[in-house]
Design a protein around this ligand. Sequence first.
Ligand code: PPS
Length: 344
Amino acid sequence: MSSSKTFPWQTKGQEADAETETNPELYQRFADLVSSFPTSEGMLDQLYRHDQGWHAPKVNMVGAMVADSCFAARPSDIIVASLPKSGTTWIKALLFATVHRDEYRPADADDHPFHSVSPHECISFLEFRLYSGNRIPNLDKLPDPRLFATHVPFVALPRTIVTTTSCKIVYVCRDPKDTLVSTWYFLNKFRARAGMDPLTVERAAELFCDGLSPFGPYWDHVLGYWRAHLAHPEKVLFFRYEEMQRDPAAHVRRLAEFVGLPFGAGEEEDGVVAAIVRMCSFEHMSGLKATKDGSMMTKDGPIANSLFYRRGVIGDWVNHLSPEAARRIDAITQARFKGSGLNV
Ligand code: PPS
């Protein structure tokens, strides 16, 4: 089960307590609004289409709207943004380990918070965890820099994240076919838990191509952050999962510089970058006891930390998707990204 140990930067999860404010009226107002949006079948939950053009289950769309109206960004905040299944857990681990490297030395990985809590508890999602269950969390006491995460598209970010100039966004995207296969696999686990038949990968691919994936359409999501990165490279960092796999150390250095905490010559000599890369690797993280035996609470009940680790490789789609489905996704990607300078 989840650890009883708490850290100063840790936010409360689903477990509301007497100190946490709630606002059921605000949640209800947004729930009523979302109920008026068009709906479609999704891979697990029914998806609602926001008038900004993105899709999400009702509870997450409501969470995003509450976050938009209540979250107050600080100039020192750092926000991880991504589509589900595109490297979120990994980038959370890398960012947390980099920012907190003096407090928790990666060389002493045996003593690191990752032994007690998953990267998802080190960096909480706004719309899944913090703004859920009618709660309006008090995030004022968290020490700087505060680290948060979101799956919402750029257009739907809480507005103060965008308007607070020096608040930074770290975005990661992944090949759409691998993102789809990872999403399909993950959501089928929840379908099984809910007693639903598994979704075929063919059907999942159709839904994905129609934009009916959580926080999709995939292409709008990636393009939204890509354009924001081009317009404001000092505010939005843009990483690709595949490039991170090819050279993780270079990405850790870029990440550290971007958040204003570059590695010094002494740290380079001491091998701190390599230690962070090693500690956050799929092999290390998936083998931890906190991953294998731990879980965290979500709206759907406890979810095993191990579910966030499957294979962690590039190109696994080839083992699942038909050539036709792959061609269809590639054709959409080519058409949608044409002229954008983006090559996923
Ligand atoms: S989530 O639910 O949005 O947080 O999921 P997300 O972390 O974005 O995606 C899960 C996929 O990322 C792989 N993964 C990793 N790859 C490399 N290194 C590390 N440390 C790592 N941690 C998780 C995970 O295995 C999922 O990909 P697939 O292709 O399904 O294996």
